[in-house]
Design a protein around this ligand. Structure first.
Ligand code: GUN
Length: 277
């Protein structure tokens, strides 16, 4: 059984990015916009900003109060769209419920949409002509590449159909020549589907949802879950100890998908920067 070491993969990706940045006189710039006081979001935003500085990017962290209006937030995005030192804009999700998140995402110009969430960038990925693609699914593909997992003809089952992970993950798999099923809240008997999968991506946000009864011998599992248990520890969507003797490879939580997502965000920012040159 192989452990897919996202932490080390991400370190290598960051090293390559840092090396590439050295040749430029102006650093790539990433603006991260956080609205409100969500604890988890604050941690993610801090980690993203820190990773930026480490690879030699310029990082602008903007924190707005939870009662910001739609118009104020739109003008903040507009200001960043026009700022020549900013190559990437990330609005941390979720946004407060009075904010129309979709309108905010669409307000970011696609050239600076380093999350790849705008309809233009989603459309390009869907047409297999990617420009900037969502970080987590792109990171998952890199993790599978790292264990030389050939995706052509593979049966992939994704648990979760979010715009951030499940949907773009389906497109990445399709573009790589795999056959894809996306399971969600309305899906009948998810276990029966994962049981025949060559590759399972678990992104449901339910601690220890996937156990050995869900998994075929020799399957590969990527665990996208980040769940906080009552004792403060972090766990994925997969019961690691229960499946470890069944799978051929699995990504751990922590140290799997999380660090890869951030490294790909840096890569996307570099792509946005280079496209502007
Ligand atoms: N919230 C959870 N994951 C993400 C992500 O990848 N990007 C943004 N902007 N917000 C998130």
């Amino acid at each position: 059984m192989k452990i897919i070491d996202g932490k080390t993969l991400a370190e290598n990706l960051r090293k390559n990015i840092a090396n590439e940045v050295k040749q430029y006189s102006r650093p790539p710039g990433l603006a991260v916009l956080l609205v409100g006081d969500d604890q988890a979001s604050q941690v993610y935003v801090r980690n993203k900003s820190r990773a930026c500085v480490e690879v030699g990017f310029y990082s602008d962290q903007i924190h707005k109060s939870a009662n910001i209006t739609q118009e104020e937030l739109l003008s903040e995005v507009q200001r960043l769209n026009e700022n020549n030192n900013i190559d990437g804009i990330l609005v941390q999700l979720p946004l407060p419920s009075h904010i129309d998140a979709n309108e905010i995402i669409e307000a970011i110009i696609p050239e600076k949409d380093v999350d790849g969430f705008s309809s233009e960038n989603v459309g390009k990925l869907s047409l297999n002509k990617p420009f900037i693609s969502p970080c987590t699914p792109k990171g998952v593909i890199k993790m599978l590449d790292s264990i030389k997992c050939d995706l052509r003809g593979k049966d992939c089952v994704i648990i979760g159909a979010s715009n951030i992970v499940g949907r773009p993950m389906a497109m990445e798999f399709l573009n790589a020549g795999a056959t894809v099923q996306v399971c969600h809240k309305e899906t009948k008997d998810i276990k029966q589907k994962t049981k025949s999968a060559d590759i399972i991506v678990a992104a449901a946000g339910v601690a220890n949802l996937v156990n050995s009864e869900w998994v075929k011998e020799g399957a590969v599992i990527i665990d996208v879950g980040i769940n906080r248990l009552e004792d403060g520890s972090m766990t994925g969507d997969v019961d690691f100890d229960d499946v470890k003797d069944t799978v051929s490879a699995i990504s751990p939580v922590p140290g799997g998908v999380g660090p890869m997502t951030i490294a790909v965000l840096l890569e996307n920012t570099l792509t946005a920067y280079q496209a502007k040159l």
